[in-house]
Every structure is written in structure tokens, then in C-alpha cells.
Design a protein around this ligand. Structure first.
Ligand SMILES: *Cc1c(COP(=O)(O)O)cnc(C)c1O
Length: 360
């Protein structure tokens, strides 16, 4: 028997944050930046009580969801495209824009899916150096050539938790050639209360050469339903709609996402909870000489350089006790750091108590 030949990719497959530990039934998963408060009670109520029509295809255009998004964020319905996670929107963008040999610039420690989807369509990925784990505009500009098509930025960035200020990201756009698409991934923007920050959507909603990404996987707690969206010029969105899989976002996801946008109480509670525990955990870890960046999103990027234990040691010890963080060595290649998601009250307490037990 012969296996017909397929293409070969020089790609390291995406490894998600771990969710299991051998022999342990219950674990605390703080490795994937999921919502600390689960899903919006309003959305939950709706999908539990509603008679779902599961034997018919969903609305391929996600019309009700796009209408809810346009109302919530005061933006144009026709400039929104929904995806099975923002992941799929990244994939579609790469398919739409990139020919083999085209170039894409990503910061060296940025979200891994940009480089993966760009490479799958044959583009060349250039990595711009960062300064202290923060995106450097100067370094991005150094990588620009005639072949540059897209620059991807997550703001704030995953896994480093640093962000470009409003001023800096505006400077990046104005310094890039007009015909380079700047993709601003707002995955964590709902959490951001820092006054020098503005989301991609707030800054660039009327720009034809910026494309914005949003997700329901993080603060809105719908990671498993796979739903996200992109926002860009009508020209780009119309072209994406031609290549979009016809029924990419399932019906339950569309309903739950639209409803969760209306749950203002849940949104405020999520932001408050995150700020409270991020501050508390940051301060707690500093007493063990484990330092992290200024608080931004729903995770901390932990630096062990001044700690008497290594990141690896603590990662393994925590895992044995059923608390899972994200290794930043896997995929990102960052040494002696860990990424910690802010969890529920119980999860955070368990995390802190476990640290105490290991380190004291
Ligand atoms: C989690 C995350 C996403 C979201 O992916 P989905 O496919 O929407 O679940 C996108 N970008 C960044 C930077 C992320 O951290």
C-alpha cells in the first residue's frame, strides 16, 4: 500500500497549554488564559434553555452576532467577519494575502499562530527583536523589505504581557509603508484599563490598511465554542468572505457570543476580579523574588532570574501538585520564565498556597 505524497512543512505544531497531569483527577489549569469566571450567566442561561436547532446549518454570515458586535462596539456590521476562533481569521488573512516568498514580520516572542499560518501558505516569516520582552518598533522597521506584506502585533502581547502604548502603535502604523497590512490582535483588550493604552479597534476602525482581531475565548469564556472576529475595510472583508468556509461558526457559538456581549455585569465583574487578583498575586510572588511585568491582561509573565529556584523547577513542582502553568520554553523558546493565568478565587488561593508549600 502506498500513501500518496503530501506537502512537507518546516513547522513546529502548536502546543496548547497543558490541561492534565498523570494520575491526578483534579487539576488547576492556569496555562491557557481562559476566563477566570467561566461563561457569562446570561449566555449560559440562554443556551441551556433555548430549543436549539442542531439539525440545520447555522447562519453562515453570523448576522445576529455581527449585529450584536456592531451595536456593542459602535462599528460597521459590513466590516466584521466572524471565525471559528480568531485563529481561523488569522488563517484566512494569510490565505488571502500571502504568496510563497512574500514576507511577514512578527515580534520574536509573539503569539505562535501568526508564524504557523504564514508558513503553511509558503510565506517567509521574519522575527523582529524585542527589548526586555516588549515589541520594538525600531526592530520591526529594520525587517521591512519590498516583499513585506503583513506585520502581526498582539496588543497586549501573549506570552510576555507587555503592550505598545497608543502613541507607540500609532507611530508603528505611520512608519510602515502604506501597502503593508498591520494586523492588531486585541485578544486581551477587554481587560486593559491602563490609561496609555488604546485598543486596535478604537484606534484603527476607519483605516483600510489595519485589520483588527477579537476573540470570545478569553474574557468572554467561550474558548471551547470557538468564536472570534475580524474587523477591516469592506474590500478586505468581502474578499475574506469568498474564501471563508461556508458554515465556519456553529449556531451555539453565535448565540452565546451575541448574548455575552449584552452581559455588562459579567464584563465588569471579570475586569475587577482580574485586576484584584493580578495585583495580589504579583505582590505575593515578589516576596519570593519572582517578578512580573506591569499588569495588563489576564496573565502574568513570571521572571525567575532573581529567584533562588528556576522556572523549570517550579513548573514541575507545581505540576506534581496539580497546578499547571504555561511553559514559555515550549514553542516560544523563552528561558527561565513562566506564564500564569489569573484564575478563579479558589484557583488563585490554591496556586498561592502551593507556592508557599514548595518554597518555604
Ligand atoms: C488566545 C489568543 C487568541 C485567541 O484565539 P481563538 O482562536 O480566538 O481562541 C488570539 N490571539 C492571541 C494573542 C491569543 O492569546
Amino acid at each position: 500500500m502506498v500513501t500518496p505524497k503530501f506537502k512537507k512543512f518546516k513547522i513546529e505544531a502548536y502546543k496548547p497549554g497543558k490541561s492534565k497531569v498523570k494520575k491526578l483527577k483534579k487539576v488547576v489549569k492556569l496555562s491557557a488564559n481562559e476566563s477566570a469566571l467561566g461563561i457569562s450567566p446570561m449566555a449560559k442561561k440562554l443556551i441551556v434553555n433555548k430549543k436549539m436547532i442542531l439539525d440545520k446549518y447555522p447562519d453562515g454570515k453570523s448576522n445576529e452576532l455581527r449585529t450584536a458586535i456592531s451595536k456593542k462596539y459602535k462599528c460597521d456590521l459590513n466590516k466584521i467577519i466572524c471565525g471559528a476562533g480568531s485563529d481561523e481569521v488569522i488563517q484566512m488573512l494569510c490565505q488571502l494575502y500571502l504568496n510563497p516568498k512574500d514576507e511577514v514580520i512578527v515580534p520574536e516572542y509573539s503569539f505562535l499562530m501568526y508564524r504557523i499560518y504564514a508558513k503553511i501558505v509558503g510565506a517567509k516569516v521574519l522575527f523582529s527583536k524585542e527589548t526586555n520582552y516588549k515589541v520594538s518598533i525600531k526592530e520591526i522597521l529594520k525587517k521591512v523589505t519590498k516583499k513585506t506584506k503583513i506585520v502581526f502585533i498582539a496588543n497586549p502581547n501573549n506570552p510576555t504581557a507587555t503592550y505598545l502604548t497608543k502613541k507607540e502603535i500609532l507611530k508603528l502604523r505611520s512608519s510602515l509603508r502604506q501597502n503593508i497590512l498591520l494586523v492588531v490582535d486585541d485578544a486581551y483588550s477587554e481587560y486593559m484599563k491602563n490609561t496609555d493604552y488604546s485598543s486596535g479597534l478604537d484606534l484603527f476602525r476607519n483605516r483600510d490598511n489595519v485589520f483588527i482581531l477579537r476573540t470570545f475565548s478569553k474574557m468572554f469564556g467561550l474558548a471551547s465554542l470557538r468564536v472570534g472576529w475580524g474587523y477591516g475595510s469592506k474590500k478586505i472583508v468581502n474578499a475574506l468572505n469568498v474564501i471563508k468556509p461556508p458554515f465556519n461558526v456553529n449556531g451555539i457559538a453565535q448565540l452565546a457570543a451575541a448574548e455575552s456581549l449584552k452581559d455588562q455585569k459579567f464584563i465588569s465583574r471579570s475586569v475587577q476580579h482580574n485586576l484584584f487578583y493580578a495585583k495580589k498575586i504579583k505582590g505575593f510572588l515578589e516576596t519570593y523574588n519572582i517578578f512580573s511585568n506591569k499588569i495588563s491582561a489576564n496573565f502574568l509573565f513570571l521572571n525567575f532570574d532573581k529567584c533562588k529556584f528556576t522556572a523549570k523547577y517550579l513548573y514541575e513542582k507545581l505540576k506534581l501538585r496539580g497546578v499547571i502553568l504555561r511553559s514559555t520554553e515550549d514553542g516560544y523558546g523563552i528561558k527561565n520564565k513562566l506564564r500564569l493565568t489569573i484564575g478563579s478565587k479558589e484557583e488563585n488561593i490554591k496556586f498561592m498556597n502551593t507556592i508557599k508549600r514548595i518554597l518555604n
